[in-house]
Design a binder for this molecule. Structure first.
Ligand code: NAP
Length: 267
C-alpha cells in the first residue's frame, strides 16, 4: 500500500444508518467527498431521499437512499434485503441511527427504555449479524472491512440531562463494540466506536432549544463539534491508517471526557 493512500476511502462501499441528518449526514458528506460509494438509511422516505439528492449535488459522487426503520429485526432484515439488490459486498458499516429520551426519574416511562435500547443497542447487534456475510466478502488480512458504531460521551461521563436509558444504552454500545471487535477480528473485520460530544443536530438541538451558546462555553474547546471533526474520525476508522486500531472507543468531544472533573473556572 502506498503511503499517499493511507487515509483513502476511494471506491469503498459504505452504509450509514441515520444518514438523513445530523451526525450521519456529516459522516456521509466526508465519505462522498472522498470518493466512497455511500448508501444512507433512515425512516422518513422524503427526508432521506432529499438528503441523498443534496449530497450528490454538492459533492458530485455517489449517494443513494434506502428508507427503513431498523428498530426491530424485521426492519434490519428488510434493509439487508434492499441493500443486497444493489451490492454484492459491503466495506464499511456505520451504525449511527439513534434516539434519546429525557424524563425525570420519578416519571421515566417504559417506552423510554424500549425505544432507546431497541434502536441504540439492539439494532447495532442485528445490523452486524445481518450484514456480516456482505462484510466478509472483501475482508482480507491486509484490507479489513470495518464496523463503526456511534456511541456517546454520555456513555462515559455521567450526563447532565436526565436521559437514563440513553446513557446506559451508549455505555452498552461501547461494550458491544469491544465484544464484537474481539469476535470479528479473526474474520478480518475491525469494529471500533466513536463517542461524540456535542454536535448540532435535531437530537441535541431539541435538548438545548437550538441555542448552542452555553454548551459551547462549557466545552474545553469553546465550541460544539463540526462536520469535519466527526467525518475525520470516521474516515480514519474506515481507512488503512487504522488497521491496527481494534475495539476502541474514541471520544470526539473537544476535550470533555479528558477534562471531566477538572474545573476550568479555577485555571
Ligand atoms: N448530536 C450529538 O450531540 C450527539 C452526541 C453524542 C452521540 N450522538 C449520537 O449520534 C447519532 C446521531 O445522532 P444525531 O444527533 O445526528 O441525531 P438526529 O439528528 O436525531 O438523527 C438521527 C438519525 O437517525 C434516524 N433514525 C431515528 N430513528 C430511526 C429508526 N428507528 N430507524 C432508522 N433510522 C432512524 C433519523 O431519521 P428518521 O427520523 O427519518 O428515522 C436520523 O437520520 C446517534 O446515535 C446519537 O446518539 C449524537
Amino acid at each position: 500500500m502506498k503511503l499517499e493512500q493511507l487515509f483513502s476511502v476511494k471506491n469503498k462501499i459504505v452504509l450509514i444508518t441515520g444518514g438523513s441528518r445530523g451526525i450521519g449526514e456529516m459522516i456521509a458528506e466526508g465519505f462522498i467527498a472522498n470518493g466512497a460509494k455511500v448508501y444512507i438509511s433512515s425512516r422518513k422516505e422524503v427526508e432521506i431521499k432529499e438528503t441523498a439528492r443534496r449530497l450528490k449535488k454538492t459533492y458530485g459522487g455517489f449517494c443513494e437512499a434506502i428508507p427503513c426503520d431498523i428498530s426491530k429485526i424485521g426492519g434490519v432484515e428488510k434493509l439487508a434485503l434492499e441493500f443486497k439488490k444493489k451490492e454484492t459486498h459491503l466495506d464499511v458499516l456505520i451504525n449511527n441511527a439513534g434516539a434519546v429520551w429525557g424524563e425525570p426519574l420519578e416519571k421515566f416511562s417504559e417506552i423510554g427504555w424500549d425505544k432507546v435500547m431497541d434502536l441504540n443497542v439492539k439494532s447495532i447487534f442485528f445490523m452486524t449479524q445481518k450484514f456480516l456475510a456482505l462484510l466478509k466478502v472483501n475482508a482480507q488480512p491486509d484490507s479489513k472491512s470495518r464496523i463503526i458504531n456511534i456511541g456517546s460521551i454520555d456513555g462515559i461521563n455521567t450526563p447532565y440531562y436526565e436521559n437514563y436509558s440513553y446513557s446506559v444504552a451508549k455505555a452498552a454500545v461501547h461494550k458491544l463494540t469491544k465484544v464484537l471487535a474481539a469476535r470479528l477480528i479473526s474474520d478480518n473485520i475491525i469494529c471500533n466506536a466513536i463517542a461524540p460530544g456535542p454536535f448540532p443536530s435535531k437530537m441535541l438541538g431539541s435538548a438545548v432549544k437550538h441555542d448552542y451558546t452555553i454548551i459551547s462555553k462549557k466545552n474545553p474547546s469553546n465550541r460544539v463539534g463540526r462536520s469535519t471533526d466527526i467525518a475525520g474520525i470516521a474516515l480514519f476508522l474506515a481507512s488503512q491508517a487504522s488497521e491496527f486500531t481494534v475495539g476502541e472507543v474514541i471520544s470526539c468531544d473537544g476535550g470533555l471526557v479528558a477534562s471531566a472533573g477538572h474545573d476550568l473556572t479555577n485555571d
